[in-house]
Design a protein around this ligand. Structure first.
Ligand code: COA
Length: 259
């Protein structure tokens, strides 16, 4: 297992820690992500979850190709692998807490898939992005395609998948893959500030927007109106909503509790 979990203040960090392999994700790492998300979800002290790779050479170079013969070769094992990946993506997307990917260096294949499942993505100028499935003859999974499509649109998704090439940080910014590109030495500080905003802002307000946006970007089927309504209701009748209004009137910083 080379997944490292750290709690820093109100931020839960999930760190891919296999730098000798450019933080490639082995089977144990994939299996560890959903439980890690669930752990942070259940922890009332954690307000948001952030992903990064160990070091600055890679966020993650994708699934650990050295294990493919063992765990992603037969039709049956590919199915099992995709089910596992779906569980990981849903654990991130369905979490009520906002998630962020801080990206140095390579962000490829499954690494990009995880980054795209996060709510926010910030990268260093050194970052490189791509999904080289077509270069491996690999059938990229359904949920990964769906998220890519939602993020970059079908024309760009076709190019990314068909060509399997790598894109630099500025190209990724133009495609909407990342929100901002920072000089390498500024990324940590910038992300720290963003995470502080996520920590300070009203959890139910963020969860409400996350729910509604997730429902609307579902490209298949109709958004679940009841789910969105209940997220609105939960936020609308919260103590935090009252506290936010009061704090504004009293010209002070609100103290949000998530209730
Ligand atoms: N799975 C397993 N091992 C990986 C890996 C992956 N996805 N990505 C990199 N590694 C390993 C390399 O095999 C190499 O191992 P070695 O030192 O035992 O030879 C080590 O990490 C360093 O990689 P290397 O290729 O020497 O580094 P680089 O800086 O020149 O290139 C990459 C980095 C990421 C561009 C290149 O390694 C690469 O293309 N990796 C595969 C990416 C990929 O196809 N991902 C999608 C998987 S679905």
């Amino acid at each position: 297992m080379t997944l490292r979990l750290e709690k820093r203040g109100a931020v839960g960090w999930i760190i891919f820690d296999q730098p000798a392999k450019r933080n490639a994700l082995n089977d144990a790492m994939w299996r560890g992500i959903a439980p890690a998300m669930q752990k942070f979800d259940a922890d009332p002290e954690v307000r948001c979850v952030a992903f990064r790779g160990a070091g600055t050479e890679a966020f993650s170079a994708g699934a650990d190709i050295s294990e493919f013969d063992k765990n992603r070769a037969s039709q049956e094992s590919v199915g099992q692998y995709d089910t596992l990946l779906d569980q990981v993506l849903h654990a991130i997307q369905d979490s009520r807490k906002p998630s962020l990917a801080m990206i140095y260096g390579y962000c490829l294949g499954g690494g990009l898939e995880i980054a795209l499942a996060c709510d926010l993505r910030y990268c260093a100028a050194s970052a490189q992005f791509g999904i080289p499935a077509a270069k491996l003859g690999l059938a990229y999974n359904v949920e990964g395609h769906k998220r890519l499509l939602e993020t970059v649109g079908h024309a760009r998704a076709r190019e990314i998948m068909f060509l399997g090439r790598r894109y630099n940080a500025e190209e990724a910014l133009a495609m909407g893959i990342v929100h901002k590109v920072l000089p390498t030495e500024s990324l940590d500080g910038f992300v720290t500030d963003v995470l502080q905003d996520l920590v300070d802002n009203a959890p139910l307000s963020i969860a409400n927007s996350k729910t509604i946006i997730e429902e609307y970007v579902k490209s298949l089927g109709t958004p679940d109106a009841a789910r969105m309504r209940s997220a609105i209701d939960r936020c609308a009748k919260s103590e935090d909503y009252r506290e936010g209004r009061r704090a504004f009137m009293e010209k002070r910083k609100p103290r949000f509790t998530g209730r």
